[in-house]
Design a protein around this ligand. Structure first.
Ligand SMILES: N[C@@H](CCC(=O)N[C@@H](CS)C(=O)NCC(=O)O)C(=O)O
Length: 210
């Protein structure tokens, strides 16, 4: 039995989508970030960083959303995480690209404009937001160019790279980041947003954005 610790945030959504896509049985243990539950000794005992998500399987604990999503995707033979070495290489290329060059900028704008003010009464950091928006606009032509020629990041098939990249950018609508100049990106984004595995969890995410 797999246990996923966390409330439904952009990062917790990654393993949740994998679980739904692959029909992996799991239970979710709610961790209340707003109440500071992640900084309490009981939670620090399973993750000394005090961050979510954490996966528990057979008495062991794993952190980092991408690592958790990979671990779950690797549990069975499936098309989400194909074993072919070239496709794996391509998936890792896109996961690394989004992790290093894309995710932080989207998350910063989302947190500064939406989650911070709504959940923690923080003021939007306009300087940070402007720097991140500039970095996003610098990367978007590369993403758009690729998705203009491919249905998904690794070609015709929906893979783990799409799950992770989608969650990395998911906050852009709520954060009112204008990406209307990138129609192929928006086509890709909408196609993932309407998958059953994603629709199942987004209402909870939108009700309590993080
Ligand atoms: N790189 C980590 C980031 C984890 C992370 O920062 N999670 C946030 C919620 S989405 C968190 O736990 N924040 C609480 C804190 O940092 O105090 C991952 O992808 O799992």
């Amino acid at each position: 039995m797999i246990t996923l610790y966390g409330c439904t945030t952009l990062r917790v959504l990654k393993p949740l989508i994998v679980a739904e896509e692959l029909s992996i049985h799991y239970e979710q243990r709610y961790v209340d970030l707003v109440a500071g539950e992640h900084r309490q000794p009981a939670y620090l005992a399973i993750n000394a960083q005090g961050r979510i998500p954490v996966l528990e399987h057979e008495g062991r604990f794993l952190s980092e959303s991408n690592a958790i999503a990979r671990y779950m995707a690797d549990m069975t033979e499936n098309t989400l995480y194909p074993r072919d070495p070239w496709t794996r290489g391509e998936m890792e290329q896109w996961i690394a690209y989004f992790s290093y060059h894309v995710e932080r900028n989207f998350v910063n704008v989302f947190f500064s404009r939406v989650a911070g003010p709504k959940l923690f009464a923080l003021k939007t950091d306009e300087g940070l937001v402007n720097d991140c928006l500039a970095a996003i606009q610098k990367e978007m032509p590369y993403i758009e160019g690729h998705l203009a020629k491919n249905d998904y990041l690794c070609g015709k098939d929906f893979t783990l790279a799409d799950v992770i990249a989608f969650c990395d950018v998911l906050g852009f609508e709520a954060a009112k980041i204008d990406l209307s100049a990138y129609p192929s990106f928006l086509r890709w984004y909408e196609s993932i947003k309407h998958r059953d595995s994603v629709k199942k969890h987004t209402p909870e995410l939108l009700a309590s954005p993080f």
